[in-house]
Ligand binder design. Sequence first.
Ligand SMILES: [Zn+2]
Length: 418
Amino acid sequence: MPNAAASNTRLIRTDGQRLWSDLMTIGAIAGTPGGGSFRPAATDGDRDARNLFVLWAKEAGLTVTIDGVGNIFARREGSDPTLPPVLAGSHLDTQMPGGKFDGPLGVLAALEAVRALDRAGIHTRRPIEVVNWTNEEGARFAPGLAGSGVFTGRIGQEALLQGRDRNGLVMGEELARIGYRGAAPIGGRSVDSYLELHIEQGALLEEAGTTIGAVTNTQYNGGALITFTGANSHAHTTPMSRRRNALAGAAQLVVEIERIGHALEPQGAASAATMDVWPNNRVIVPHRAEVGFLLVHADRDGRDGTLDAIEAAAQRIALALNIEVEMIRAPARDRFDFPVEMVELTEEIAAELGHAAMRLATLTGHDAVNMHYVCPTALFFVPCRGGWSHSELEWCSPEDATAGADVLANMILRRADR
Ligand SMILES: [Zn+2]
């Protein structure tokens, strides 16, 4: 196949300065004093970042459509428009607060990749769509990985649209309020492949001095919400022997989960991350407290055994404090392997561009995790300083961002021009 051989030798380059400028500009929307961003899904900040992305996509000549859950697709037509498109992207929403790179890097690098194709005068055979998935983070509304989850049929549309934030606001109404509950049908169309660039959110690449991390597999993820129930009473007058303090149970469990998490390393990790207390009034011994945690493990028995161990610890604590406890497990995600040919494509292109690459697992979910169920999917990482992420400390160097965008651009070209 001489044509394939010819196209395989062609390499394009992204404009690193433009990418960096775009990252800093989007990152300044709902920017925080500590250098991060605060743009949970369907907030004004999310709207403003979406608006700018749509503007830039239109400036690049792309056709923008928005589906019923707010996923944005910016399409560059192929010479054969009947072929399924190559999708590349990530998410513009952030944690509360989050950094400038978790998500926006994958979206803005894909947009810059399309501009690089324009500059190189390349018109691919297959269409290309740059995608911004709604509510990847799950920070304000559960569940996360939501837009890609509905697109791929992994979760129902109602699960996304009916989610409520801590103030009782409804996701679907908030999405409509910011103007991003679109008219396009959700999913139900074939996709050639999906490509996602992301910061590592760990420090393996940095420690190895390697620029590109080709993700081979996911891990076993799980979590739960544990509710302790005691009884309200006067915080001054109730004898200690009669108190049924739900918060005391929650506090003991937080420490116990942290101890269990430390013992899991390096195979896994777990920490309590949320606590809610009722009535949260200092003159009342609290009757209700909820602790939420997530865990990750390299094998199924490790994940399931840790969930069992935490549940047993919660029951021991409840018994000792004369309070009740209930544990509701979050939907668990099992490990899978990304297709070998997509891992190899990442490695080949990194090598052609002169970037060192290594293989690693992803410890957390990404939109690529949903997309892998419907099309050949590649997920790859670039380093982030110190491994910091879901933090204002999150940082990716301009050089690494550009390297990732160059790899992404050429992967898009390879996939779209076959
Ligand atoms: Zn992300």
